[in-house]
Design a protein around this ligand. Sequence first.
Ligand code: PRX
Length: 654
Amino acid sequence: MASSEPGQRELEALLQETRRFPPDPTFARTANARDPAIYEWARRDPEGYWAEQARRLAWFRPFEQVLRWEEPHAQWFLGGQLNAAYNCVDRHAEGERRNKAAIIWEGEPGDQRILTYGQLQREVARCANGLKRLGVRAGDRVTIYMGMIPQLPIAMLACARIGAVHSVVFGGFSAEALRDRINDARSEVVLTADGGWRRGSVVPLKAQVDLALEGAPSVKHVVVVRRVGEAAGARFSPGRDRDWEEWLAAESAVCDPEPMDSEAPLFILYTSGTTGKPKGIVHSTGGYLTGVETTCRLVFDLKERDVYWCAADIGWVTGHSYVVYGPLANGATVVMYEGAPDFPDRGRNWQIIERYGVNIFYTAPTAIRAHMRWGPEWPARYDLSSLRLLGSVGEPINPEAWMWYWEHIGGKRTPIVDTWWQTETGAIMIAPLPGLTETKPGSATRPLPGIEAEVVDQQGRPVPPGAGGFLVLTRPWPSMLRTIWGDDRRYRETYWSRFPGRYFTGDGARRDEDGYFWLLGRVDDVINVSGHRIGTMEVESALVDHPAVAEAAVIGRHDDLKGQAIAAFVTLKEGVAVEDGLKEALRRHVAGKIGAIARPDDVFFAAELPKTRSGKIMRRLLRDIAEGRALGDTTTLADPAVVEALKAQYQEEA
Ligand code: PRX
């Protein structure tokens, strides 16, 4: 794996941050985590700590052993049996929360639907019965490809109810990306919608499914929610496709939840890595649910009366853990919004917060920076006084964005929790406990109780305070990924071979004198665009698939709004002329192969790419060029003149 040291420039800027925000005493008095001894307890007795968290869930059969660690495989809560849907829905519906709003859904065009826990229970049961009728059994994989509509969490929970493993594919992925994921998981059932709404236009979903299924022979059944209607132009293939409402019309609203072993897989979620093929991250039932229930309760300080809104799409891990499983396991009221933050205007988020009296709001730095650009007059038009906690996730938050969020959204009242974690970690790993931790703008602060992290150098030795290095996690935790679907070797190699005995995150970090962690971005060939992970190799494969392209090297360069932007250096096949529309054609080609999120921001035609004598492209130097830095070490290059020429050309064209 290619790794580079984290950028010195970022390090230096962060070292100058001196602002401190101690917890507000009033907040601290009633916080869910208010006793600082929690850290010491978890450090001394991590298994005891996690066992106590796990016991907050409803178990059909109690666990007998907390952890079995056979490196690099962990099993948590052995002997225990539970059901995730029972924990997220039934236990609330059967108790005091029956008529409490579980999901407050707002469609982009302004339509609304509120589902109480009682209603959610019936919907989930009906869908579970429908899945059974299609022949889905415990352990089978079901692919779900939808926008942000209530049927998405219903479908996920219906799978969980019968022990089927869901694989949610973000609705912005292309047909080809969807096909790869269906094939890797070998799903027989796909649940989708005719389309979704985005900025007033229809995003076709069923049409993408049709294309995907041209090369996905495992699929026998497709069920389609009619979200958009005629405008989606969805076609139904008789025998294979059916309408969601008709499918469930006759189904009973009662379905017993399947008792599942704690280690039974709950879901697969694909994420980008350093090769061209996305990895199917596998999460377990008991450990995952323990991780998300605990972090929601402690980091977001979730209380019975809160209205909670995580603005992430459920197609990403943040949506899985903090729109669906974490808050519902806590019996919370969750806001879910279908559309874009700037439609019909740039006040949309704040309008929703005012309308539903949202108390806790969780979003990504890239969104905060977009709001900064649009100006504080937008949030100023709305009453945001219901907010009592703000969260950030997905990428490092720059101190300016942190301060803006605190001032203009939080009214200088609310704590901010910057939460570091990954698809693989399942739940938040490094973040403040808002009633206990003094925050510093730009730092995710300290590992949560029960989590241990370190910053190490190339050789795996801990680095001194202030120095940059690689972030590793040093002990197993309940919500950790269990493996990569169908590829356990890759699991070992990616996460456990670089620093034996420790989990390698792929991130650079620095720890300061107080033990606070400052995240510095990826150190592998993964780009983080607007908080979304994209593999450079995926984009490169998509580019070389175009008939004009001979070779491509893709890097992430700094971008003020998106965190990173995608820059592609491309050499063309002999005889191909650089025509006007070619850059745009290549961008479109990548969007078609992967999805709009992977569309390169810059396409740069190069005569040659800088390579080592063994033929490896030196992406580090391309990053230097794209970010306008002095070139790093070029001594290993086969031909140093190539990179100098490229630099001159880039400066001229950019
Ligand atoms: O680089 C880190 C960054 O996002 C990566 C994980 O991406 P993904 O699996 O898609 O999950 C995103 C949402 C959890 C990490 O390796 N990242 C995530 N949160 C932060 C972050 N970087 C800095 N600060 C964060 N709070």
